[in-house]
Design a protein around this ligand. Structure first.
Ligand SMILES: O=C(O)c1cc(C(=O)O)c2c(n1)C(=O)C(=O)c1cc(C(=O)O)[nH]c1-2
Length: 229
C-alpha cells in the first residue's frame, strides 16, 4: 500500500523509474559501446521512425483530452517541434535526414517497409494510452523524457566516435532534443506534481511512467531480436 507522498518524495519515486529506462537495454548498451553494425543501426533508425511519427498523434490526443487552455497553450509546442510548420522543418524531418545519413532513403522510412510488428504494437499502445487514459496520466507517461538527455548526450558522443561512416549532419535531431527534452519534461513534471494530490493519483502517475518504460523497452526488444547478429 502506498501512502501519500510529499511532492519531493513523489518526484523521487518518479525519478527512480529511471532504473527501468531503456538506456540499460542491451541494444542501447551495444550501440553506445560501438558494437552495432551498419545494418543494426539502420534497423534501429527505420523502426524508431515509427515512434517519431507517432509522437505528435500522441500529443494531439493529450490536447484533445485536456480541458485547460493554459496547458494546451504550452503542450501544442510539442506538435510544432516534431511536425514543423513548413517543409524542411521539425523533428520528423530531422529523423528522415538521420535515415539518409545512415544510408536509408527517406521512402524506406515513410513507407514502413522495415517496421517490425513488435515495434508497431508497442508504439500504438502508447498512442492508445494517451487517447484513452485521463490526460494527467498521459502527461505522466511522457516523463521518460526526464531520463532522455543523458542518454542522448552519450549517444551523440558514441556516434561520433564509433560510427564515423555516418554522413552529413545526421545527428542534428539529437542535438535539438538535448534542449527540448528538459523543457518538456520540466513542464510535464510541474503538471503531474500539481495535479496528483491523492494516493490514487500518485500511483496512477507512477504506473503510467512504468508503462511507458515498458513501451520503450519492448521497442528495443523487437529491434534487437530482428537485427541481433
Ligand atoms: O531516443 C531516445 O532515447 C528518446 C526517448 C524518448 C523517451 O524517453 O520517451 C523520447 C525521444 N527519444 C524523443 O526523441 C522524443 O521526441 C520523445 C517524445 C517523448 C514523449 O513521450 O512525448 N519521448 C521521447
Amino acid at each position: 500500500m502506498m501512502t501519500l507522498s510529499s511532492t519531493a518524495s513523489f518526484v523521487e519515486k518518479l525519478r527512480a523509474q529511471s532504473e527501468r529506462y531503456h538506456h540499460q537495454h542491451p541494444f542501447h548498451v551495444k550501440m553506445n559501446e560501438g558494437r552495432l553494425s551498419r545494418r543494426q543501426i539502420q534497423g534501429w533508425v527505420a523502426n524508431r521512425f515509427y515512434y517519431q511519427e507517432s509522437i505528435p498523434r500522441k500529443d494531439a490526443a493529450i490536447l484533445a483530452n485536456c480541458p485547460e487552455r493554459d496547458i494546451r497553450r504550452r503542450w501544442i509546442q510539442r506538435i510544432v517541434d516534431h511536425d514543423g510548420t513548413a517543409g524542411g522543418e521539425g523533428g520528423i524531418e530531422a529523423w528522415l535526414r538521420l535515415g539518409e545519413a545512415v544510408g536509408l532513403p527517406r521512402k524506406e522510412l515513410s513507407d514502413r517497409r522495415h517496421l517490425l510488428p513488435g515495434v508497431r504494437f508497442a508504439v500504438d499502445a502508447y498512442v492508445t494510452f494517451a487517447r484513452t487514459r485521463p490526460w494527467v496520466e498521459a502527461v505522466a507517461s511522457s516523463l521518460t523524457e526526464l531520463f532522455a538527455p543523458d542518454l542522448m548526450a552519450e549517444r551523440l558522443a558514441a556516434f561520433e566516435r564509433w560510427y564515423p561512416w555516418m554522413d552529413g549532419d545526421g545527428l542534428a535531431y539529437f542535438r535539438t532534443r538535448l534542449h527540448q527534452a528538459p523543457r518538456d519534461s520540466e513542464h510535464a513534471l510541474e503538471v503531474v506534481t500539481e495535479r496528483c494530490r491523492s494516493v490514487d493519483e500518485q500511483e496512477a502517475a507512477l504506473a503510467a511512467l512504468s508503462f511507458k518504460c515498458d513501451v520503450l523497452w519492448s521497442v528495443l526488444d523487437a529491434i534487437d531480436r530482428a537485427y541481433g547478429e
